[in-house]
Design a protein around this ligand. Structure first.
Ligand SMILES: *[C@@H]1O[C@H](CO)[C@@H](O)[C@H](O)[C@H]1NC(C)=O
Length: 411
């Protein structure tokens, strides 16, 4: 006969159980909080990174998170009372961007877009006044309405609505501009265009989180990528009449005035999951592929490059583009060749869209290539980019390929 369970025993046992369950709860709660704090994770990640770079911490040794101003504004000493007050500039300066002044730009050569690069005024020409807002400036609409509407008074430039009238970029409607989400290359709207890209590039599952849009126009692509959890950095040069980027900023989309000319773009290497050009007018095939090398520098391994518009699909479109067939064919040949030199893999070409992918492990591709004409050049820091000429500094891996492609590159 089994011993009759003692009710007292039972009670002790269940209180022990409750104690254990409560204890476990506390333990996991604390563990969860600790993990969430990111403390353990970051440590592991840092260790992982250190391990993978062979313990070479030089790559990030010069990162500096200190502020780079002396706290002049908030300084607590008595000189605060003598704070300098700047007056507004004259109204004609509402559209003034110091380093992008149209008059100064025109004094620089047009080759390689030098005149559209940053040219800042010398000390004696610097304005010491506050740029006034355009007359009638109002607070921009809140997102998401700002994606589609910008008050006319905030960027009172109508030339685009005329120039791009048939391309569905921007329309002038009384006191607002409306952005229908179209582009030269996506008259059906940016969403449809993104869907097409997403059929090749895994945009949805977090593989693509950052994108560089070169020659972005009014940055509709960036505006429509927000809802897909992709942050786009868009740049475009200033036009002779105004900077289109200004519309992007009024829409609440990150953008800067910029151009791919003779100096590097101001972003660290491997910073983007994807780069994009739709009719961005950058001569990708020219100059032995150096513009593509710059894209290669900022793309992470496995990143994607999208080119839509000329010269892709030239066979069908050369007439509409009013350009000689042979010229377009040669342009595409140069692009394909440069992509091959960088060991990019062509993933897609349909209609006017072509997509390449940078290898996860470019080195394995290069080691297969012919090593007979090796020339050694001094390698350089791929993150040293501020005012650095495109030609001078290539990443180690690019040297690997360039020394084969163009063995006399070292200068
Ligand atoms: C996202 O999708 C692609 C393609 O299907 C796949 O290769 C990749 O591993 C996926 N990434 C994640 C984080 O799920």
């Amino acid at each position: 006969m089994a011993p009759k369970p003692n009710p007292g025993d039972n009670r002790t046992r269940s209180s022990i159980q409750i104690f254990i369950v409560a204890g476990l709860c506390c333990f996991f709660y604390i563990l969860g909080a600790w993990q969430r704090s990111g403390f353990g994770k970051a440590d592991n990640l840092a260790m992982e990174i250190t391990k993978n770079t062979g313990g070479d911490c030089n790559i990030i040794s010069n990162l500096n998170f200190e502020t780079h101003h002396g706290g002049e504004i908030t300084s607590t000493d008595d000189s605060v009372s003598e704070k300098k007050v700047f007056k507004p500039c004259a109204p004609k300066y509402t559209d003034y961007t110091p380093c992008q002044d149209q008059r100064r730009a025109m004094t620089f050569p047009r080759d390689n877009m030098i005149y559209r690069e940053r040219h800042c005024p010398p000390e004696e020409e610097k304005l010491h006044c506050l740029i006034p807002a355009p007359k009638g400036y109002v607070t921009p609409f809140p997102w998401p309405k700002s994606r589609d509407y910008v008050p006319y008074a905030n960027a009172p430039y109508k030339s685009l609505t005329v120039e791009k009238a048939i391309q569905n970029w921007v329309q002038y409607e009384g006191n607002v501009f409306r952005f229908p989400g179209g582009g030269t290359q996506f008259p059906q709207g940016a969403d449809k265009y993104i869907d097409q890209l997403a059929s090749v590039i895994p945009i949805k599952n977090g593989t693509v989180r950052t994108l560089l849009d070169t020659g972005c126009g009014v940055a509709s692509l960036g505006a429509y990528l927000w809802s897909r959890n992709v942050i786009a950095m868009s740049f475009a040069p200033r036009d002779s009449h105004e900077a289109q980027v200004q519309f992007a900023l009024e829409r609440g989309v990150p953008a800067v005035i910029g151009v791919l000319g003779t100096i590097k773009v101001p972003y660290p290497s491997r910073a983007f999951d994807m780069a994009h050009c739709s009719r961005c007018l950058i001569p990708w095939g020219a100059n032995d592929g150096k513009y593509l090398m710059e894209v290669d520098r900022v793309l992470r391994p496995g990143g994607y490059w999208v080119l839509s518009g000329p010269p892709i699909n030239w066979k069908v479109n050369y007439k509409a583009w009013q350009r000689p067939k042979e010229e377009l064919q040669e342009e595409q040949r140069q692009i394909e060749e440069a992509a091959k030199m960088l060991c990019w893999e062509k993933k897609y070409e349909k209609g006017e869209i072509a997509i390449w992918q940078k290898r996860m492990d470019g080195d394995s591709c290069h080691s297969k290539q012919d090593e007979s004409q090796v020339t050694f050049c001094k390698s350089s820091d791929p993150d040293d980019v501020w005012y650095v000429p495109l030609d001078l500094q290539l990443t180690n891996r690019q040297f690997e390929s360039v020394k084969i492609y163009r063995s006399s590159l070292c200068i």
